[in-house]
Design a protein around this ligand. Structure first.
Ligand SMILES: [Zn+2]
Length: 396
């Protein structure tokens, strides 16, 4: 018992920030009530996954007469803020705020999203008709760009590739809800993970010079990848392929996963093209991994959790193990804690998630009814407060 108490004292003595579920503040221009409802639904999905104590401020403009795009997203940015993981690198302000744990851009929004004219489906059930564009899917996609799934690279007419030179006017746009920074020739956090087919980082000046033909070739090489550990782990060890088509297009090239590789897969949310009649409301493993790599703390990520909790600290047992139909996680809490059980199959796909629930001090159990799942090894993590315990169970 003494040891038990000591462990909790030890955990309590570690200095870490307690994060809560991200919330959003939305301002709109020209939107309709049904669009507003779909926006709230989509932001609820991101909010349930991301951790931030600073509200994420989203400005949405419905350009109902413009049919040049489905959606465009422009992000506010900050660099060299308190606790910034990398120096002289741009972070989306929503992420910078979450990491700094303070509001770095008061009076400005974090992202401005333009929605164009389309045959929109505003339902939230992911069931658009064959000729309709699923609004929730497109909105999730655009928010994801401004959460950091975006490159600050650019190819100019002379074939020179740059980073940190993008301006909204390059896209024929301007922003109204924040001041778009002069990017000063510095990369975005996403760019720092881009590698060529040999694993050479694009932003490492020993490999590539900013504003060079060599860099320009990479941006349309069809051979560009993301090398962050979590994104790579999410594919089972391969660098996810980034869209770098030979026909370069600013805003599309390099800021998406590859269309051919990931269209119609669990990773299709951030492909560059949206098919009518389809919906994608789940970010999927690669996007989740990329967001984690660039610095987002997330509820849904296997590596989330700042503190590893020893099994003994919560007297965790899983029985029976191996199990056949049901496995039961039993544990003891000494304080009120939010608890959630997540189970993943051997491919790392989530197969079970209990609702995140407030548990009181004392003994508790969570059961996974697993009949119908294939036999094999399953990985689990029990999230307890800001920490987690992770291990595996075997189903026969
Ligand atoms: Zn996009």
């Amino acid at each position: 018992m003494k040891k038990f108490l000591f462990l909790f004292f030890f955990l309590g003595a570690i200095q870490f920030t307690s994060y809560s579920q991200a919330t959003f503040e939305v301002t709109t221009v020209n939107t309709t009530p049904e669009m507003d409802d779909a926006i709230d639904f989509a932001l609820g999905i991101w909010g349930s996954r991301l951790k931030s104590n600073v509200p994420i401020k989203v400005h949405v403009i419905y350009a109902s007469a413009v049919n040049l795009f489905l959606g465009v997203s422009l992000s506010n940015a900050r660099k060299n803020f308190p606790n910034a993981p990398q120096t002289d690198v741009w972070y989306p302000s929503s992420l910078a705020n979450a990491i700094a744990n303070e509001e770095l851009n008061p009076g400005e929004t974090d992202m401005e999203i333009l929605i164009g004219q389309a045959n929109w489906y505003f339902g939230v059930d992911g069931n658009p008709a064959g000729n309709q564009q699923d609004f929730v899917s497109v909105f999730l996609h655009e928010v994801c760009h401004s959460l950091g799934f975006v490159s600050l690279t650019k190819l100019d007419d002379a074939g020179l590739g740059t980073y940190g030179e993008v301006k909204p006017s390059d896209l024929g746009l301007s922003v109204s809800s924040f001041t778009f920074n002069d990017l000063e020739g510095l990369p975005g956090i996403f760019d720092t993970y881009l590698v060529d087919g040999f694993g050479k980082k694009l932003t490492d000046t020993a490999n590539f010079t900013n504003n060079s033909l060599e860099l320009g070739l990479q941006l349309r090489s069809n051979n560009l990848f993301f090398c962050g550990d979590s994104a790579v782990a999410s594919t089972g060890g391969l660098n996810p392929r980034i869209y770098a088509g030979s026909n370069y297009q600013l805003g599309s090239s390099v800021s998406h996963v590859d269309e051919i590789t990931y269209n119609n897969t669990v990773n299709s949310m951030m492909t560059p093209f949206s098919n009518a009649g389809t919906a994608e409301h789940e970010p999927g493993p690669i996007v989740t991994g990329v967001l984690y790599d660039i610095g987002w703390n997330q509820y849904q990520h296997p590596n989330v959790g700042i503190v590893e909790i020893p099994k003994e600290a919560i007297q965790l047992s899983v029985s029976p193990n191996p199990f056949n139909e049901n496995a039961i996680w039993e544990f003891t809490l000494t304080q009120n804690s939010e608890v959630q059980l997540q189970v993943y199959n051997a491919l790392g796909q989530e197969v079970f998630s209990s609702p995140r629930t407030d548990f009181s001090p004392g003994d508790h159990q969570i059961q996974w009814q697993a009949d119908g799942f294939v036999p094999g090894l399953y990985h689990y993590q029990l999230l307890v407060g800001e920490g987690r315990t992770a291990a595996s169970v075997l189903k026969w």
